[in-house]
Design a protein around this ligand. Structure first.
Ligand code: KG4
Ligand code: ZN
Length: 330
């Protein structure tokens, strides 16, 4: 490509307001993230109405800061890319409406980005040489997908969760053992002190779908019946059983596609135990394993800008009719 492309990414699908400028899909010039965690902590989870209001309050400042830190004005931007789904409808609408207004006022192209594509693209920023095809396991608070990434904008879904996302299960486990919200990182830390000595059920599904409601309920019941159960052991045993399920499907996907390049994505991919187990699997099965750097695992606008770049050079574009799609599919 002869000309550099600068993308302004905007993310507001859940509880992070973020804006970023990314050059040619791979180089972060700025990535401002305003997290609402402190506010939602009081309620033990994300309150959608509060999330929308918080996005509205800070989005202008967050975008301004992203441009300033990149040393750019809106005139230097080639395309404005907001997340338009999946996510909370009110939260998504803040980013989409803001981006539409900016696109109209500055006369810049607009391109809506799928949040799940964004999580995958976080890896293009971390691993400059990474190119499709590969298998991607997207594990986050809202999604658990096993995907064959055929090209930057072409995906085949091999499996997905039939009930809870794995991150939801992490958050629920954290809540019942009294760790609070957001639970994933807290379970991760406590598990480091635990022993894997508690038997939990795995759900076996014939195809490559997942199910985490069974193990979640088992943890809730065990904790309820044995209030003095060792919480660290419970956390590690939960992680172990959940990871077994991830591993089973990764192996099935490798067998089906003959692809041995595996990429992780989403908030849960920062988990220490899961990374350790998958590194061991990689060694045993001679796989190439990739993880996003920790700060790009959870929601951020740089990953959205990266996915936006690959759609933009593929000639995709939105118009001012762009709307939020809360249940948008990959
Ligand atoms: O990707 P993300 O920021 O949002 C969604 O798109 O859903 O993921 C958030 C999820 C939460 O469920 C959070 O508890 C989980 O990722 N998470 C973790 C860890 N860090 C974040 N789960 C397990 N271990 C972690 N270290
Ligand atoms: Zn996300």
């Amino acid at each position: 490509m002869d000309k550099d492309i600068y993308v302004l990414g905007i993310e507001s699908s859940c509880d992070e307001t973020s804006a970023a400028v990314v050059k040619n899909g791979r180089e972060i010039l700025s990535n401002i993230i305003n997290s609402q965690i402190k506010i939602h902590e009081n309620y033990g989870g994300v309150v959608p109405e509060i999330a929308s209001r918080c996005h509205t309050e800070v989005i202008n400042q967050v975008v301004k800061q992203a441009l300033e830190q990149a040393n750019m004005s809106i005139n230097d931007i080639d395309v404005i890319c907001p997340t338009y789904g999946p996510g909370l409808v009110g939260a998504l609408l803040v980013g989409v409406s803001y981006a539409k207004g900016l696109s109209f006022a500055a006369n810049k192209p607009l391109l809506g980005v799928n949040h799940i594509e964004g999580h995958i693209a976080a890896n293009y920023i971390t691993h400059k040489q990474l190119t499709p095809p590969f298998l991607c396991l997207i594990i986050s608070g809202g999604h658990t997908h096993l995907v064959k990434v055929e090209d930057y904008t072409k995906f085949e879904i091999l499996g997905k969760t039939r009930d809870d996302a794995i991150g939801e299960a992490f958050d629920k486990v954290a809540r019942v053992v009294g760790l609070g919200y957001p639970g994933g990182p807290k379970v991760d830390n406590l598990a480091k002190e635990g022993k894997n000595i508690i038997d939990l059920p795995t759900t076996h599904i014939d195809n490559m779908d997942f199910s985490f409601s069974g193990i979640k309920t088992a943890v809730i019941n065990l904790n309820h019946k044995n209030p003095n159960i060792n919480k660290a052991d419970l956390c590690l045993s939960f992680e172990k059983t959940a990871t077994d399920m991830l591993e089973t499907n990764i192996l099935k996907a490798i067998k089906k596609t003959q692809i041995k390049k595996i990429v992780l994505a989403g908030g849960v991919s920062s988990n220490f135990y899961i990374r350790k187990r998958l590194d061991e699997l990689a060694e045993k099965e001679e796989l190439e394993m990739y993880y996003p750097e920790l700060k790009l695992c959870t929601d951020n606008a740089a990953m959205i800008a990266s996915a936006g770049y690959y759609n933009f050079i593929n000639k995709n574009k939105s118009d001012l009719k762009l709307n939020a799609v809360p249940n948008l599919k990959l």
